[in-house]
Design a protein around this ligand. Sequence first.
Ligand code: APR
Length: 236
Amino acid sequence: MAETRSIVVLTGAGISRESGLHTFRDADGIWATVKVEEVATPEAFARDPVRVQEFYNARRRGLVGADVAPNPAHLALAEFEAGFAGDFLLVTQNIDDLHERAGSRNMIHMHGELLKARCGFCGNTAGWRNDLGAGDVCPACGKAGGMRPHVVWFGEMPFEMDRIYAALEECDLFVSIGTSGNVYPAAGFVQAARMAGARTVELNLEPSEGATLFEEAIYGPAGTVVPDWFAALDTG
Ligand code: APR
């Protein structure tokens, strides 16, 4: 097998399921209990900011709770990255911080971060672990009433797309983990990787929407499948 020099890994909500966080589109997922257009669009925030803030406040409280921690899948990715001599980029759609807690280093939160808040007046982004509301003051510009979760809502542009596509164009291995393949642009990364001639692998609980686009797939819980697959990966 040819040497593997450049790897892009994409993760979604499925990798954090065994850490106790809900996915979106599974039967017990977040979008089964609340409508996207009520909590995850700029229009929803303009219409009912209290409702939107409360949705993210509840999720933030859950994330900082003592019982949420990285699982063996997060840890395996960090361990692999630490021992890999080539280029490794982890792109996550997740807004949790479990990859960082596991020790991942070169990573992009394309859909933002739940533990950060952004000021609508000055654009400054600040770490934020508490509830967020209309009275909160931007630590940079001092204005109240403009702080929002630093997350990408439907209709907004994901972060760092140039850097992600540059890595996809260079990669020789693309691994997609725990994502249903319903949301673009992330769902299209496998095609970009294929165009670059990369080997493409899906590690998921079940076949995703784009399952047929991958050359290889292993189905099972991330906490088992991901450590096993990366431990067996021969990078040449
Ligand atoms: N191990 C591996 N995969 C799992 C596990 C598990 N333990 N549990 C669930 N999965 C799989 C599901 O089978 C599903 O294919 O994870 C996938 C989760 O899919 P979604 O809930 O759609 O989550 P995701 O693909 O990350 O969603 C993308 O949608 O609403 C937005 O912004 C949100 O970033 C999110 C985006």
